[in-house]
Write a protein that binds this ligand. Sequence first.
Ligand SMILES: *Cc1c(COP(=O)(O)O)cnc(C)c1O
Length: 366
Amino acid sequence: MPRPIVATIHIESMKHNLARARACAPGAKVWGVLKANGYGHGLERAMRGLADADGLALIEPDNAVRLRELGWTKPILLLEGWFDPADLDMMAEQDVNGSVHSEAQLAMLEAARPSRPLKVHLKMNTGMNRLGFKPEQFAAAHARLRALPHVADITLMTHFANADETGHPRLPMREQIRRFNAGAAGLPGPVSLANSAGILHMPELGPSLGGELASDWVRPGIMLYGGTPGGPSAEEFGLLPTMTLTSELIAVQEIEAGDCVGYGSRFQADGPTRIGVVACGYADGYPRHAPQDTPVLVDGVRTRIVGRVSMDMLTVDLAHLPHARVGSKVVLWGQGMPIDEVATAAGTIGYELMCALAPRVRVVEG
Ligand SMILES: *Cc1c(COP(=O)(O)O)cnc(C)c1O
């Protein structure tokens, strides 16, 4: 018998969430982002869930090749572009777009002689200060790309730091848009602006609406997997969970006042109570730093974690669950238990929980 912990991937819910992304950015084409193994869902499963996307975007060159092997024929975009000259050859062979964000990449491209012209996304650094050319360097970089016979077309791209908090005191999204428009003024080519936060919080984004925010392409990731980048809940945004992590109780302990539970004896009972032991630990991807009171469902009833999360187990409060027994169903996150709530309790974000799903967890679809 395998351990009872299972991650169920809901392919139909990915399709639903993709339709939500489209509805939020009317007229824009959609890159379905499936970096990091489809945010932990599996590359091939994410590809099927996002079959209706206009293209798929990711970070890992080897997985771009894998998508072609799996039969994906629409566009593919490498969000961080190429890491060495061999990637440029692969991009030409497999018809993969790449972003160009640095002088080093641009020089590599200038020295390259790919077998077919390449499609590139020129990235502007509008204040995130991770990747991209500064607004004042942007037109020069664009001119160098245009001078290359092996560059077929150029999309203009940037990335927002605070799209989930539009009035951010340090770097409001509108300031990034202003810098983008200044740096890209007069340059031809489609524009690619927004991640999930931008799509959910700036509904005026789509090109059909025009104006200063017009984005020909959007790049949703987390919202396609039923998580949010912050703000209102996934349910309020009309998003459905795409990964449900379930397990079972493998033991029940009756304890007395003064008894403790687990490593460090972090939980001490103040009266007689019952504790359930769940087959799920940090080696499955559940965050070890999830504190006491992190929510969990047992037999469909909300309860909480008590004591420390260990490698293969965690312990839950059964005080108000008198019928819970060995074999009772537990939902760690997903349908019935929003991943964002668990993540917030654990001081992290849903992205990290999904991506950290451990290889030893059995994955099924449903
Ligand atoms: C990961 C990524 C996205 C998607 O971000 P979400 O917050 O998951 O929607 C969009 N654009 C770029 C450049 C990315 O790296």
